[in-house]
Design a protein around this ligand. Structure first.
Ligand SMILES: [Zn+2]
Length: 152
């Protein structure tokens, strides 16, 4: 941000506000920008928490359905119905958890440090560990394991 502001001859505050901030409004605008950032970080943390809750509930529900289908004395048709329910629950639950997670924070490019939000399709296609995902950086175009960051 700093080199960009130097080239444009503006302050970081101007950049974050999207306008030339008058001398008198400087303090007020700086505080607003800071509050926006804090709010954004809090929202991202909440999305991440909801995503984890959603994932855990899905796992419990799917396990329960599979166990009912496996261990109870049931006609074959009911058993199949329970397994279909388990698959549908897994798809819906994992889908909802992924949608929340992709919007919770940013991915950081290890080459240029750009923070970005991937598209849902890039997110789904990317190989991943718990904290990293293989994504293509929109700034430098390199594909690598990008770290997931909840706050900035
Ligand atoms: Zn990059």
């Amino acid at each position: 941000m700093l080199p960009l502001c130097e080239i444009l001859q503006i302050t970081v505050n101007d950049l974050l506000s999207g306008e030339k901030v008058a001398e008198g409004d400087y303090q007020k605008k700086a505080e607003e920008n800071m509050m926006d950032l804090i709010r954004e970080n809090a929202e991202n943390k909440e999305r991440m928490t909801l995503s984890i809750i959603c994932g855990v509930i899905t796992i419990i529900a799917v396990c329960a359905l599979v166990m009912l289908a496996s261990y109870l004395e049931l006609p074959a048709a009911v058993r199949i119905l329970l397994l279909v329910c388990a698959v549908l629950t897994a798809i819906a639950g994992i889908g909802a958890a992924a949608r929340l997670e992709v919007k919770a924070g940013y991915y950081e490019c290890p080459h240029c440090g750009t923070l970005f939000v991937p598209t849902m399709s890039d997110y789904v296609k990317g190989w991943h560990t718990l904290t990293r995902r293989r994504l293509t950086c929109p700034t430098c175009g390199k594909t690598s394991m990008c770290r997931h960051r909840i706050t900035r």
